[in-house]
Design a protein around this ligand. Structure first.
Ligand SMILES: [Zn+2]
Length: 275
């Protein structure tokens, strides 16, 4: 039996709307960290949102130590963003939700004036201990309050936007700190992909203990376009499943290959520019 719709905030109305449940995580064994979370679909715009949060929900969670262990892999994954910044000649960059600080570190090494914001206290402290310069603990709103005159040529939200409930409010803040013609680089999980279609509730990127939104690339692009940006470029990536047993790896490699045939992937990074 399908449960009743849930009332929750959606940017399409900038108000509470009705969400129809799509996934309910009641299988304790399969989803020990997601206790009874519900992901619903907005009856107006169709976006998927975690509308019932599990007990341990924390939208500011971050795993800086995990990134520390996989530094080489992560730098490779960040390479398209690093290359975009280099090519664009943007000299001053803000990384919102920097987590491990690896991206800041890489950009600073190349002489790019890079600043970072991180809400998660533990992640912030780890970056501080690594002596990464120009970092701030808090939200973008807190940062603007402290540095009301600071502006950036490029602003990066790499796997951060899906953690923020009021997207319209966030994008209005971004517009306050971005220079004319500034770049906004947004990376999010993209559910418009073959792995999600086949695996549904078991797709790793849903993570209802920390992700509020479950975007498609089309939704994100449309949202940015509606809010004063145009899209310059986009690129896709897929999960690294190199630690899985061989047969599973082959299975996922086939799905990832299908993703590339369909011109999609499990994550999308969109390069947008202010109009
Ligand atoms: Zn909606």
């Amino acid at each position: 039996m399908k449960s009743d719709s849930v009332s929750s905030f959606c940017p399409c109305q900038q108000a509470r709307t009705k969400f129809s449940p799509v996934f309910t995580f009641h299988e304790k064994k399969a989803f020990p960290n997601y206790e009874d979370a519900v992901i619903g679909k907005c009856n107006h715009c169709g976006v998927l949102k975690t509308v019932v949060f599990p007990k341990n929900f924390n939208s500011a969670s971050s795993r800086p130590e995990m990134y520390g262990k996989n530094k080489e892999v992560l730098i490779r994954e960040l390479y398209p963003i690093i290359k975009t910044i280099q090519k664009s000649d943007r000299r001053n960059v803000l990384d919102v939700g920097f987590s491990s600080g690896i991206l800041i570190n890489e950009l600073q090494k190349q002489g790019i004036d890079t600043w970072g914001i991180e809400l998660n206290k533990r992640a912030f402290k780890i970056a501080k201990n690594k002596k990464i310069a120009n970092i701030f603990n808090g939200t973008l709103k807190d940062f603007i309050k402290k540095y009301p005159r600071k502006k950036f040529d490029a602003v990066i939200y790499n796997h951060v936007l899906e953690h923020i409930e009021n997207l319209k409010h966030e994008i209005d803040l971004i517009k306050q700190i971005i220079n004319e013609n500034g770049l906004l680089i947004v990376g999010v999980p993209n559910r418009r992909n073959v792995v999600f279609y086949l695996r549904g509730i078991f797709w790793e990127s849903l993570m209802p203990s920390e992700h509020i939104w479950h975007f498609t690339d089309h939704y994100l692009i449309n949202f940015l376009e509606k809010n004063g940006f145009y899209i310059k470029d986009k690129f896709y990536a897929n999960h690294n499943r190199s630690s899985l047993p061989l047969l599973k790896r082959i299975y996922f490699n086939i799905l990832v290959f299908l993703n590339s045939l369909f011109g999609t992937g499990e994550a999308v990074t969109v390069i947008a520019q202010m109009r």
